[in-house]
Design a protein around this ligand. Structure first.
Ligand code: 5GP
Ligand code: ZN
Length: 119
């Protein structure tokens, strides 16, 4: 069924506790943990507990969960004191844009200068 955990999904395994992660925050609907290969001093991944392959399909099927992910991203930015210098919330979508894990996730990046466009 749509949204159900997928046996072959890395982030579903992290939500289930089957793969360890450095947890930052958890809510009823979201899970946030530090990226294993950080690209900035703060690099946190925020995921919905439900499985959808990317952010747009999450938002279409479960807009409340998509909103929860965004709210958590903002809360983490505030907790990590990223507001003053700015930060970035990124949803890579599709392999051509660098998506490697096909469970919707927001990258929260900050703590250094961020260039635009990102390349
Ligand atoms: P994507 O490239 O799909 O936008 O982002 C996937 C992110 O997941 C990458 O930044 C990658 O470093 C991170 N990642 C991949 N495997 C693991 C893992 O096992 N644990 C954690 N914490 N992050 C992971
Ligand atoms: Zn998943």
């Amino acid at each position: 069924m749509a949204g159900e955990p997928q046996a072959d999904c890395l982030f579903c395994k992290i939500v289930a506790g089957n793969i360890p992660a450095t947890v930052v925050r958890e809510t009823e609907t979201t899970f946030a943990f530090r990226d294993i290969n950080p690209q900035a001093p703060t690099h946190v991944l925020v995921i919905p507990k439900v499985h959808y392959p990317d952010a747009a399909s999450l938002a279409a099927a479960d807009p409340a969960a998509a909103a929860d992910v965004l709210r958590e991203a903002g809360q983490i930015a505030a907790d990590e004191k990223l507001d003053d210098h700015g930060y970035r919330i990124v949803f890579n979508t599709g392999a051509g844009a660098g998506q490697t894990v096909f469970h919707a996730h927001a990258h929260v990046l900050g703590g250094r200068g961020l260039q635009w466009p990102p390349g």
